[in-house]
Design a binder for this molecule. Structure first.
Ligand code: AMP
Ligand code: GLY
Length: 436
């Protein structure tokens, strides 16, 4: 008689919140888990219909979200973007007894307020850029007039990745200060941080956190500027690759010990427990890594390249983190390189036209190439672009060059005259490798 020793896997209904390329990539991995019975994405985008059921929910109405969870027997909620975290959706779900992967609104202040993070860094001796904090434009301008340029001017609050100006002239600094105080960044509550300009290389590092504990969860290089050669304004990110060549194990451990763990301890000392993913934006200079910002969510497009490389079960990992079993998590990564090229609507990050048709997406997915959708929608039997960042063409390769070639080969197959993309994603890394 044969004995069936296989454990039955408890299946779950999952609600994933968000509509970007990040959520397409997270949903893609979650839907592959043997623990996933049904995945709902609210609101999702034009690319997620084959992995999930899309739900039209007003995320800012927490009662609506709770009612949906109750009616559809949701067992686990994963929140992608920062706005619902800052607005306390995690807290509402947890208070209603619904298991949620993501930090509370108190912990999300690490992203929601740069002043909060800077104060924590001061308290815990976390290496970061020197700074001053102002609540009125006159004092801020007086300060910059007497301080060497370049300086970095930051609105103190969520500004969709557009609240930071590296001012190379006094005039640019004044304009940036005025934008912060004139309500251009409405949610940022008219406070400004003025920071020393750090030189070095940027890297994005991710850590799964639970209270005072954290484990590394991947690294990436993001391309924030809109134009080739890092020119033009900052965007949410125009491309990325993973892992970052700067982030060897020693560097990741240094960041864990000198930046992440002290930050978690400082939060915990003030009664805040961080549970979820912590994304550290860092500059590595001659005197080691310094924190330039925290985000309390996965990066977009960094998440897309992490998910291409992740080989272990994402859903189990997120559940282990949310249920306090971080010590059991051992992520397994492909040792290949993943690279993503963002295709955006012409004009982004300023004004851009909506509802242009995208063709050529059929049959593009391939074992080592995947197109994650962001601002797309099915309209009139077409795939149309409806937001600034629209597609993420993502490839895996044995080398950065191979990943880059594959991604760009597929980008060229997409027929979308109203879109554009950077042509140099990965080049800096390839040159660094060649020069070594
Ligand atoms: P943040 O939103 O704080 O990550 O800033 C956006 C971008 O501005 C970063 O990715 C950096 O390229 C740049 N930046 C921010 N802070 C600094 C700094 N203190 N020194 C140099 N560059 C910075
Ligand atoms: N790509 C940068 C971010 O997600 O904030």
């Amino acid at each position: 008689m044969s004995v069936n020793t296989q454990k039955t896997v408890e299946k779950m209904n999952i609600l994933l919140i968000g509509s970007g390329g990040r959520e397409h990539a997270l949903g893609w991995r979650i839907s592959q888990s043997p623990k996933c019975r049904k995945l709902f994405i609210a609101p999702g985008n034009g690319g997620v219909e084959n992995i999930s059921e899309r739900i039209d929910l007003d995320i800012s109405n927490h009662d609506d979200v709770l009612t949906f969870c109750e009616l559809t027997n949701i067992n686990f909620v994963v929140i992608g973007p920062e706005a619902p975290l800052i607005e306390g959706l995690t807290d509402s779900l947890r208070n209603a007894g619904i298991l949620t992967f993501s930090p509370s609104s108190a912990a999300a202040q690490l992203e929601g307020s740069k002043h909060f993070t800077k104060t924590l860094c001061d308290q815990m001796n976390v290496p970061t850029a020197d700074y001053r904090y102002f609540t009125d434009a006159v004092s801020a301008k007086q300060y910059v007039a007497h301080t060497p340029i370049p300086l970095v001017i930051k609105a103190d609050g969520p500004a969709d990745g557009k609240g930071v100006t590296v001012a190379k002239t006094l005039k640019e600094a004044y304009i940036a200060i005025d934008s912060c105080f004139d309500g251009l960044f409405k949610k940022s509550k008219s406070k400004v941080i003025i920071e020393e300009f750090l030189t070095g290389e940027e890297v994005s590092m991710f850590f799964l956190c639970e209270g005072r504990d954290a484990i590394p969860f991947g690294t990436a290089k993001d391309y924030k500027h809109v134009g080739d050669g890092n020119t033009g304004p900052n965007t949410g990110g125009m491309g990325a690759y993973s892992p970052s060549p700067l982030a060897n194990d020693a560097m990741v451990n240094q960041v864990l010990n000198s930046i992440i763990l002290p930050s978690l301890q400082g939060l915990s000392d003030s009664g805040i427990s961080f549970s979820g993913i912590l994304f550290a934006g860092l500059i590595i200079g001659d005197d080691g890594p310094k924190l330039i910002e925290y985000n309390t969510r996965f990066g977009d497009p960094e998440c897309q390249v992490l998910m291409m490389r992740l080989q272990s079960d994402l859903l189990t990992t997120l559940l282990d983190c949310a249920q306090g079993r971080l010590k059991e998590v051992t992520p397994i990564w492909s040792n290949k390189i993943a690279l993503t090229v963002v295709m955006a609507a012409s004009g982004y990050p300023s004004l851009y036209k909506k509802n242009s048709q995208i063709k050529g997406l059929e049959n593009i997915d391939h074992d080592n190439v995947h197109v994650f959708h962001a601002g797309t929608e099915h309209i009139n039997n077409q795939i149309q672009a409806i937001r600034g960042r629209v597609l993420n063409v993502t490839a895996l390769g044995r080398t950065l060059l191979e990943a880059q070639k594959k991604a760009y080969d597929f980008v060229k197959k997409i027929d979308w005259p109203e879109g554009f993309y950077r042509r140099d994603i990965g080049f800096q890394g390839i040159q660094e490798k060649e020069n070594n």
